[in-house]
Each structure stands twice: as structure tokens, then as C-alpha cells.
Write a protein that binds this ligand. Structure first.
Ligand code: PLP
Length: 403
């Protein structure tokens, strides 16, 4: 490719021709006719909310991730809230998590009146650094919430070991990592509770939706009650048994995922394997291209994992470039490449700054990464043409800003 001959004049941001005529988003759902048929079938049935599809989806999901139990929720955030409740987080308690995540991971700790304590990430994977997490343990710590950033599983063995030693509960935020594996175990079967999201940009979608998996029957029972007002049996069970009686045993919410959403999730789950292999193909094509692109650092993959590429976050080697991340981001957007940034560190948000007085500079690895990160488009319905447009645009933009 002759991009080395291009000058900044050729960039779309300066009036040049964009690499693509149409905008390519960073993530997007794929809904097929069989999905639509499954949803329509439920709409014509007797059960719009909790019906047979809920259990069907949950059982198939638990089997897929090798967990004993799976409990569905109206969103990944509701699922996180439920897991924080089941972990018995209370005012005065602390839970350790990564700053390089979506705010919901830390917010679920606040919902319970407990305090999120951030710990820095490892420089290669940008996942919670087990040593940093261990260093933040206090007598008030009750839980650790690692995040499988971009779909690369967190360092679960040392994290589980630290947790066991200190009597802590591990809630793994695997919203990026459905289908991923760590040391031969499936994500969803490793932590005390593992949380997934079915937002349209994630690996499978139910519109909005989420799931908690666990191998612990006690956690599963609490999670089921929590999503249904704290009531100990659901309406369908009561109807089947012809009973009017129910008991509210804890203060829960209405976080029930409707039957038609579960029907959609069940269909989508059938295509998970093909979705994942397409994402792996795209990631391999990107990594091959960017290994040889000065100014671009492709994401690292450790030997012990099988990641699932919810995101493909490159880091800019700013020392080799004349532009900063903001300029490169704007330039790529002008080329019609829907880049994004994951994430603004949670402690940067005004709410966290004001409430906890968080300071910049506290988490140097996460903060340094944040200045350099750009997520490239990554979704299974991308065509080979889309992939080569992204490669072309990144080389064009980074090439024009090379020192
Ligand atoms: C998507 C996501 C969530 C929240 O999921 P919703 O279903 O959108 O509520 C939480 N944590 C992470 C890391 C996510 O990517």
C-alpha cells in the first residue's frame, strides 16, 4: 500500500477522500430470521414475561459456560447489582476493582452502600493487577471485581487465591468475555459469580439483558429472589401449583428478563461459536496488519487464555507520532471508521471525583493506557472489506502523523 506517499492533505479530516463512503460502527448486533421467528412465537403465546423461555435460555447458557446455575436479569448492570447483593456487600464494606472499565462495575458496589476501591491494571492486558489488588485489601474488604477487559480473561488463578486467603467473594465482570477460556476453564465457571451483558454491542443480544452464573446454589437462590422483589417463588410456579401464597424474604427488585427476550437470547446463543470464530479471524487479521505498523501497538494475548474479542483496543505509540490520541481519533472518524475509547477511567468521572476525591496519577498504568487507547470496529458481521477498510484507514492516518 502506498500510504507512505500520502500527506496530511489527503486525510478526510483535511478535506481528502475518506477511506469509506459510509460509517462503520465499532460494534453492532446481528439479528437473523430465526431470531425474529423465535420472538414472534413467544409474542403469540401465553407468556410475555417469566415463562418457559427464561429457564430454557438460562439452562443453555449455564451449559455453555460450564456453570451449575445461570440467572437472567434485565441488564448486565442489574446482574452486577444482584451479584453485589448476593455477595452481601453492605455500608462500610469495600470491594476492589479496576478503574479501566465501564462505570457499572464500580456502581454496583455503590448500590449496596459499599465503597469501590480501585487498584491499577497490568501493563500488557490492562486487566486488574493481582498484586495491586492484594495491596489494597483492608479489614473492610469483602469482594474483588475483576473485569475481562476486551474479552481477555483476568488473572483469575492469583485473584481467586488471594480471595480465598482473605475470605473475599470474587464477582467477575465478564460482560466482554462470553465464550472465553482461562487455563482451560470457561469464563463463567471460575469466579464465585460471573456477570454477562446482552447489550447489542456484546457477543449475543437480548436488546437489554444480563446473566449471573455461579456454581453455588445459595448464591443462585438469592439471585433469583433478588430479581423478583425478594419473593421466594415465581408467578408461573404458583400458577402450576395452584397456590396463592408467596413470601417476600428479602428486599429485591423487578429485574426479570421477559420471555421474548430470553427466546432471542436462546437463538443468539446457538450462533455464539460462529460469532466467536469470526471475531477471532478479524482480530488475527488486525494483529497481523498492525504488528508491522509503526505507531500502533496491537493488544497483547497471554498464552494461558483464549480471548473472545468484544473489543479490539490498539494503543498508540505516541512517542513515534506527531499527533495525540484525540487528533488520531477525529481523523479516523473522518475516514468513516467508528472508533471509540474504552474506557475513561472510572475515577476520572465527576461523580467519583466529587464523592471520593480521587486524584489523577493514582493509577499510572491505567491512566497512561487511557491516553493511548483506541477501540477499532469489532463485530462478527463485519465483512472482509470492512476489515481491510479499517486497516487501510489506520495505516493512512497513523502514517500521515508518523515522526
Ligand atoms: C456492557 C457492560 C456492562 C453493563 O451491561 P449493560 O447490559 O449495558 O447494563 C458492565 N460492565 C462492562 C465491563 C460492560 O462492558
Amino acid at each position: 500500500m502506498s500510504t507512505t506517499l500520502l500527506s496530511t492533505q489527503d486525510l478526510a479530516i483535511n478535506g481528502g477522500t475518506p477511506v469509506r463512503a459510509t460509517f462503520l460502527p465499532y460494534g453492532r448486533q446481528a439479528v437473523e430470521e430465526s431470531d425474529i421467528a423465535a420472538v414472534v412465537e413467544v409474542l403469540r403465546s401465553d407468556w410475555l414475561t417469566t415463562g418457559p423461555k427464561v429457564a430454557e435460555f438460562e439452562e443453555a447458557f449455564a451449559a455453555r459456560v460450564h456453570a451449575k446455575h445461570a440467572v437472567s436479569f434485565t441488564s448486565g448492570t442489574a446482574a452486577l447489582h444482584a451479584a453485589a447483593f448476593a455477595a452481601d456487600l453492605k455500608p462500610g464494606d469495600e470491594a476492589i476493582t479496576t478503574p479501566l472499565t465501564f462505570a457499572a462495575t464500580a456502581n454496583c458496589v455503590l448500590y449496596q452502600g459499599a465503597t469501590p476501591v480501585f487498584a491499577d491494571v497490568s501493563a500488557d492486558t490492562l486487566n486488574l493487577d493481582p498484586e495491586q489488588a492484594a495491596a489494597r485489601i483492608s479489614p473492610r474488604t469483602r469482594a474483588i471485581l475483576p473485569v475481562d477487559y476486551a474479552g481477555h480473561p483476568a488473572e483469575m488463578a492469583p485473584i481467586m487465591e488471594i480471595a480465598r486467603r482473605h475470605g473475599l467473594i470474587v464477582i467477575e465482570d465478564a460482560c466482554h468475555a462470553l465464550g472465553a477460556e482461562y487455563r482451560g476453564s470457561r469464563v463463567g465457571s471460575i469466579a464465585d459469580m460471573t456477570v454477562f451483558s446482552f447489550h447489542p454491542v456484546k457477543h449475543i443480544t437480548t436488546g437489554e439483558g444480563g446473566m449471573v452464573t455461579s456454581n453455588d446454589a445459595k448464591f443462585a437462590e438469592t439471585l433469583r429472589r433478588f430479581r423478583n422483589h425478594g419473593i421466594s417463588s415465581d408467578a408461573r410456579q404458583r400458577q402450576t401449583a395452584g397456590q396463592w401464597h408467596y413470601e417476600m424474604v428479602l428486599l429485591g427488585f423487578n429485574y426479570r428478563l421477559p420471555d421474548f427476550a430470553c427466546a432471542l437470547g436462546r437463538e443468539q446463543l446457538k450462533r455464539l461459536d460462529s460469532n466467536l470464530s469470526r471475531r477471532r479471524e478479524i482480530a488475527a487479521a488486525y494483529s497481523d496488519a498492525f504488528r508491522e505498523t509503526p505507531g500502533v501497538i496491537p493488544p497483547a494475548v497471554r498464552d494461558e487464555v483464549h480471548p473472545t474479542w468484544h473489543l479490539y483496543p490498539i494503543r498508540l505509540d505516541l512517542e513515534k507520532l506527531t499527533a495525540d490520541r484525540a487528533q488520531i481519533f477525529r481523523s479516523l472518524r473522518a475516514e468513516n471508521i467508528g472508533v471509540n475509547v474504552h474506557y475513561i477511567p472510572v475515577h476520572y468521572h465527576p461523580y467519583y471525583r466529587e464523592r471520593f476525591g480521587s486524584r489523577l496519577g493514582e493509577f499510572p498504568v491505567a491512566e497512561n493506557a487511557y491516553e493511548r487507547l483506541i477501540s477499532l470496529p469489532m463485530f462478527h458481521a463485519m465483512t472482509d472489506g470492512d476489515v481491510s477498510d479499517v486497516v487501510h484507514a489506520v495505516r493512512k492516518v497513523v502514517g500521515c502523523y508518523a515522526k
